[in-house]
Design a protein around this ligand. Sequence first.
Ligand SMILES: Nc1nc2c(ncn2[C@@H]2O[C@H](COP(=O)(O)OP(=O)(O)OP(=O)(O)O)[C@@H](O)[C@H]2O)c(=O)[nH]1
Length: 216
Amino acid sequence: MSDSEEEESPDRQLKLALLGDGTSGKTSLATRFAQETFGKQYKQTVGLDFFLKRITLPGNLNVTLQVWDIGGQTIGGKMLDKYIYGAQGILLVYDITNCQSFENLEDWYNAVKKANEDSETQPLVALVGNKIDLEHMRTVKVDKHQRFCQENNFSSHFVSAKTGDSVFLCFQRIAADILGIKLNKAEMEQSQVPILNSSRPEESCVWLAILQLPGF
Ligand SMILES: Nc1nc2c(ncn2[C@@H]2O[C@H](COP(=O)(O)OP(=O)(O)OP(=O)(O)O)[C@@H](O)[C@H]2O)c(=O)[nH]1
């Protein structure tokens, strides 16, 4: 066998876009996932931020996730279409303690449909209820969340960027769904625990760049 035949095949690359109202926790989810950090201080995303993280799915499949953290203020802006375009996965993020952030997902989803109206393939869409550490302040009923998922064929996720609860699992499930890979129960349970104290040496995390685009 020649050297080239022995070389590993290149990583799969997936583009995932985080959409939703300002303060729903998109940047916090991206940084929790890609950097295993959390900041209490709110700093509005202007335009978009961009993160990369490499994960390994069952079957030793290395996947590099490009996470596009799109600022909540971009809704209605002329760049939003371009940010969404080409994403294989969309995470519609809301804050479970903020009804308005849930109601406004309809507008975000419309923007996704518009950006993809000429595409042959449609992105996989996931509904992500964030801030489950604040369960006692929940104002968006789980029923409502589930109904929205069923009506639109979204996958369903509840996470906390603050504690890390289910954040890795959320990204892992979405990547696996896009690639048609089934995760078994053990794999899902392993990823569900808060990632605050776990070390995952097999994953390398590269924070690439922060693009701050004018006009929003
Ligand atoms: N308690 C709690 N607070 C959170 C969580 N996720 C985010 N926050 C807080 O919510 C605020 C907003 O979080 P961001 O991640 O900046 O929100 P965003 O959706 O990126 O906001 P934009 O940049 O305006 O689009 C910050 O003060 C975070 O610390 C969470 O899971 N639990």
